[in-house]
Design a protein. Structure first.
Length: 160
């Protein structure tokens, strides 16, 4: 069953690239006691994700923080090395935490998988964004397949 507004974020361990290597981080560490703007993409370095989705959150980071957002998180079913390289290529710095859901555990747990096998992509995440307060989903914007706009930072800003 897909995640919906009012649900609690499931307990999952994710990974991210740091200067020291690959580090694990739990969803509790990410969300507990914080207001988080979270978005997921079908793949790092893919056209819409690189040209529109990730940049919308980087460009609107100050506006999101002005509305009380403590952190911005990007997730993809890629490995932590790829997510780190994508973040570096997009110059996100420490503006966005680039998380790897390499085995798709988080994506499966929230019920937002995308079967991209017809395009040679395998199992991925749907494109979506959400606003999470202390681990509880307050806003959720899931894109229809092949679309972009509803899950942008601009949309999330209007909803917070």
């Amino acid at each position: 069953m897909a995640l919906s507004v009012g649900d609690t974020i499931p307990a999952v361990t994710l990974r991210h690239k740091t200067a020291e290597g690959i580090d694990e981080i739990t969803t509790d560490e990410i969300f507990k006691g914080k207001n988080i703007a979270f978005f997921a993409v079908p793949g790092a370095f893919t056209p819409t994700c690189s040209a529109q989705h990730l940049p919308s959150f980087v460009d609107n980071a100050d506006a999101l923080k002005a509305k009380g957002v403590d952190g911005i998180v990007c997730l993809s079913v890629n490995d932590a090395f790829v997510m780190g390289a994508w973040g570096a290529a997009q110059n996100v710095g420490d503006t966005v935490l680039m998380l790897a859901d390499g085995n798709g555990e988080f994506t499966q747990a929230v019920g937002l998988e995308l079967d991209g096998s017809g395009f040679g992509l395998g199992r991925r995440s749907q494109r979506y964004s959400m606003y999470v307060e202390d681990g509880v989903v307050r806003q959720l914007n899931v894109e229809p397949a092949g679309s972009f706009g509803e899950s942008s930072a601009e949309t999330l800003l209007e909803q917070i």
